[in-house]
Ligand binder design. Structure first.
Ligand SMILES: Cc1cc2nc3c(=O)[nH]c(=O)nc-3n(C[C@H](O)[C@H](O)[C@H](O)COP(=O)(O)OP(=O)(O)OC[C@H]3O[C@@H](n4cnc5c(N)ncnc54)[C@H](O)[C@@H]3O)c2cc1C
Length: 241
């Protein structure tokens, strides 16, 4: 197995996604490339030598040695406030990766795909959507994106553009737009049954988000008849140490 090493990554671009999340584009010389769904570790080191690290999903296929992450501010957090509010273009962090070999989608795969994301759990799923587009794949994708309210939507302009073979359903948990056909509320079995694929199509399902969301959604998919080894999960619980 290849040994992962820390690389210096320089912030080259920032895109504001919402009031509390931003996409960070880094140049990371030596980056070996990655598959959609994988993540990396970010390490910050203070002047006094104290250092800390967290995991972040890769939000897009690599463009050479250019990689991007999308980070949500956790109010009382140690690392995310620095990444979302302090880090400036030209600043450096260290990155190590890619990490993870199970929660990945391969563009050569032909099985239909169901993506179920809660909050920032959309990030690795977006990498899959972008990889599909880049590969010119016709594999049918359905994306269920659960989020608190319309203001929390990441990648809003990009996801608004119609893409053949990609169906998107937004599931608002607190506030839905006016006239939205579905009442605001947590993801339910019917949401997955109506907007996902029938289990008989044997889709590859990818579920990502906060631990509670992932457990509930994955259980519902299995209850709907999807084989457990077709339901891949990634939990965005606290990481690092
Ligand atoms: C594989 C993996 C991929 C991840 N990818 C992303 C990503 O793409 N984008 C992203 O924004 N985050 C992602 N995370 C979460 C990320 O690693 C950090 O946990 C998060 O940024 C908070 O770090 P922090 O240092 O700000 O908070 P900490 O100082 O670690 O924690 C502060 C407080 O917030 C709580 N907390 C920590 N993390 C979370 C969380 N995720 N949600 C709610 N409460 C939390 C802690 O329990 C604690 O009470 C990922 C996590 C994993 C395991």
């Amino acid at each position: 197995m290849r040994r992962l090493i820390w690389l210096a990554a320089t912030l080259v671009k920032v895109r504001e996604e919402t009031a509390t999340a931003r996409t960070l584009v880094f140049d990371a010389p030596g980056w070996p490339g990655h598959l959609p769904g994988q993540h990396l570790d970010v390490r910050l080191t203070a002047d006094d030598g104290y250092s800390t690290q967290r995991s972040y999903s890769l939000a897009a296929p690599a463009e050479g040695e250019r990689i991007e992450l999308t980070v949500e501010l956790v109010d009382d957090g140690e690392v995310s406030p620095y990444l979302t509010e302090v880090l400036q273009v030209g600043d450096q962090v260290e990155v190590r990766g890619p990490v993870g070999g199970w929660f990945v989608w391969r563009p050569e795969s032909r099985a239909p795909v169901l993506l179920v994301g809660g909050g920032s759990g959309i990030v690795p799923l977006m990498a899959m959507v972008r990889a599909r587009r880049l590969a010119g794949s016709r594999t049918p994708f359905r994306l269920l994106y659960s989020l608190r309210d319309p203001g929390r939507r990441y990648y809003a302009d990009e996801l608004r553009r119609p893409e053949p073979g990609l169906d998107i359903t937004y599931l608002y948990t607190r506030t839905a737009p006016e006239d939205w056909p579905r009442k605001a509320g947590r993801v339910m079995r019917d949401d997955l049954a109506e907007n996902g694929w029938p289990a008989s199509f044997e889709p590859d399902c990818y579920v990502c988000g906060p631990t509670g969301f992932v457990e509930v959604a994955a259980d519902m998919l299995i209850d709907l008849g999807h084989a457990p080894d077709h339901v891949r999960t990634e939990r965005f619980g606290p990481s690092g140490g």
